[in-house]
Design a protein around this ligand. Sequence first.
Ligand SMILES: *Cc1c(COP(=O)(O)O)cnc(C)c1O
Length: 409
Amino acid sequence: MSDTSAAKTAAPTSLPDAKGRFGQFGGVYVPETLMTALAELGQAYEAAQKDPTFVEELRRELKEFAGRPTGLYHAARLTEHCGGAKIYLKREDLLHTGAHKINNAIGQAILARRMGKQRIIAETGAGQHGVATAAVCAKFGLKCVIYMGAVDMERQALNVFRMRLMGAEVRGVEAGQKTLKEAVNEAMRDWVTNVRDTHYILGSALGAHPYPMMVRDFHRVIGKEIREQIMTAEGRLPDEIIACVGGGSNAIGAFFEFLDEPSVRLIGVEAGGHGIKRGEHAARFEGGKLGVLQGSKTYILQDPDGQIELTHSVSAGLDYAAIGPEHAYYRDIGRVGYAYACDDEVLEAFQLLSRTEGIIPALESSHALVHGIKRAKEMRKDEILVINLSGRGDKDVQQVARMLGQRTS
Ligand SMILES: *Cc1c(COP(=O)(O)O)cnc(C)c1O
């Protein structure tokens, strides 16, 4: 985070409020035993933000360890293919461990050390956040325990091995659907028990305050760089920025810098899975209702009795029943638009970017590409579109090969 942009972004929005709410969304809905821990975390974070030593250490590690700044790449052949707006890709896929997640993992690990916490826990779904957390724990010499649903461990065996290589203990969770939601529950249970020496590195702009705010802030560097880089390349702001939305961290990181720029349209893309039918998708704004899940009030896919609905997406990283509360707020006030992309279109975009640009995108990021390609075709040639490429597709190639009926070994 550069000093020049710090002053510039102090103003855009004052949210969340003191209770961690974005309008009616967000807040702190946790057991009593965690209230103190969350309040302490909020205070430590606030102090750290104002401490130049923290700011400088974070800046240095993002540069030296994670590989920031990432490029803003003019996708000339994809632009030509679409025949409309000039397309730029923000290259978060080039970061260490393969996705934007490392921005937040580094930030929270530095914060944990400041707080004197020697043990880190985290949840992971596909394993990307687990891998990023394992990497920063190895780097800083912190003990690391990752909770992961047993089903996800089987689906993402390679990421489990990566985490273990870097010294993390991966604990399988056998409850419920044995996926991300249950892993979060286990991590919260661990935190309640071990809160004195343990920090919980939550992986998206989700959960109880201060997490949605803190995770957002650690990813704001994405939007700050986009601003600087597009000003250098084009001398003006983009007309539209598109990002995929699981919990919402890469999207809010890319958008935040532009919330107060009415000329910049902002679009989040959710997982449409097999299409918008109950249990077949993870598009919370397509049929989700207001509720509370894992600490936060937001839009949630639930049945009429309030039971959490099954979700589906080709990309594990977008496969979650709740959306980050800040997105719920910007959607309600109409500042950010939301769309969805379905599995088959995602598979097409995954292959199209590989062929036209020599970049294999993550399946999550391919959701942003699907909508970006649609929009580019509708936009004029003198308009500028930025697509946030949240991660690389190395983790997905075997799955895609299987879906295309091809062998990899
Ligand atoms: C985890 C992940 C996502 C979804 O998480 P957000 O918090 O919504 O950003 C998107 N893209 C990639 C590559 C991921 O690993």
